[in-house]
Design a protein around this ligand. Structure first.
Ligand code: GTP
Ligand code: MG
Length: 327
């Protein structure tokens, strides 16, 4: 594969080159990893930036429907929109590709849109790296907006929030005064909460739910990266394409404010550092998973169990033998 050629074709906004490059960054093969690194390095200088929007929501809340409606609205304005997904459950990946292709039927046929299903990977760290690299490729290919979707399970919201400029939380209308068991940590990540399905019989419930969340958001600690009035809760109907333009306006106004006040660059710099630390941590953990390391760990573990060595000393010994620390 000619990496310089692939680079030029991506900068030239060729979708097939982009698709091919994403396949390359998804590959775990060592030679592919090296080529991917070369490609990403070559594209960094292009300096293209998209608005990265993370979107999370539980199954059935309407993520696919929202992305289709919202995406179509943006492409109608002449914007180029890429859609990526972080799906930590490999079991679901196969099905969601098919499901989403049918649910995002109009968007997937739009020449200004690019939809890439999640790679089937169980290891969230691997998914995170690949998605991050896919985002960078989409930016280099001149997309204006990159939507990164995740179904709200476990750590995947954090992964998506840490690679997004804006984080949207999609919620369903809920009866009663229960705040749908949304974890505080997830609420704290949200820039805009969208209560979906605000249509037909569900509309009054959606409005009440929205008011509940607006109240809950006001109780959270004020974040420096927010202007007055943010984070914000709003109602939308992805199905009836209602409230989407308002939501987009709010996102743009928040983005504009953050750019003017240095928070946009600040957030990206912070995220780059976060991912550096994650990569470092994972590389170190991977060093402990080699056969040689496992053997050393087992031997030192046996000595510790027998009371022949202290835990700290044993850990130091293994790290030293692996060349991670000086002995
Ligand atoms: N009434 C109403 N129904 C909606 C709306 N948005 C989505 N739905 C319906 O909700 C169901 C689930 O929508 P999806 O878009 O597939 O939801 P999802 O969040 O992508 O679901 P998963 O991919 O399974 O996580 C479908 O039957 C949609 O038609 C809406 O705005 N109003
Ligand atoms: Mg879906």
């Amino acid at each position: 594969m000619n990496i310089a050629d692939l680079r030029d074709r991506i900068l030239n906004q060729e979708r097939r080159a982009l698709a091919r490059a994403i396949t390359l960054v998804e590959s775990a093969r060592e030679d592919h990893r090296a080529q991917a690194a070369e490609l990403l390095d070559g594209l960094r200088g292009a300096g293209r930036q998209a608005l990265r929007i993370g979107l999370s929501g539980t199954p059935g809340v309407g993520k696919s429907t929202f992305i289709e409606s919202f995406g179509m609205m943006l492409t109608a304005q002449g914007l180029r929109v890429a859609v990526l997904a972080v799906d930590p459950s490999s079991a679901r990946s196969g099905g969601s590709i098919l499901g989403d292709k049918t649910r995002m039927e109009r968007l997937s046929r739009d020449k200004n849109a690019f939809i890439r299903p999640s790679p089937s990977q169980t290891h969230l760290g691997g998914v995170a790296r690949r998605t991050r690299e896919a985002v960078a490729l989409c930016e280099a290919a001149g997309f204006d907006v990159v939507l990164i979707e995740t179904v709200g399970v476990g750590q995947s919201e954090t992964v998506v929030a840490e690679m997004s400029d804006l984080f949207l939380l999609l919620l369903a209308p809920a009866g009663g005064d229960e705040l749908q068991g949304v974890k505080r940590g997830i609420m704290e990540m949200a820039d805009v909460i969208l209560v979906n399905k605000a249509d037909g019989d569900l509309k009054p419930t959606a409005m009440r739910t929205c008011a509940d969340y607006a109240g809950a958001l006001r109780l959270l600690r004020k974040r420096p990266q927010d202007p007055e009035g943010f984070p914000k809760a709003m109602t939308v109907s992805a199905l009836e394409e209602d409230g989407l333009a308002q939501a987009w306006e709010e996102m743009q106004s928040l983005t504009g404010w953050r750019k003017e006040n240095g928070h946009w660059e600040g957030r990206r710099a912070h995220q780059a550092q976060y991912w550096f630390h994650e990569e470092l941590r994972q590389a170190l953990l991977a060093r402990l998973e080699t056969k040689e390391a496992q053997r050393l760990v087992a031997a030192a573990g046996a000595e510790v169990a027998a009371g022949d060595m202290a835990p700290t000393a044993a850990a130091e010994k293994v790290l030293g033998a692996l060349g991670i620390t000086q002995t």
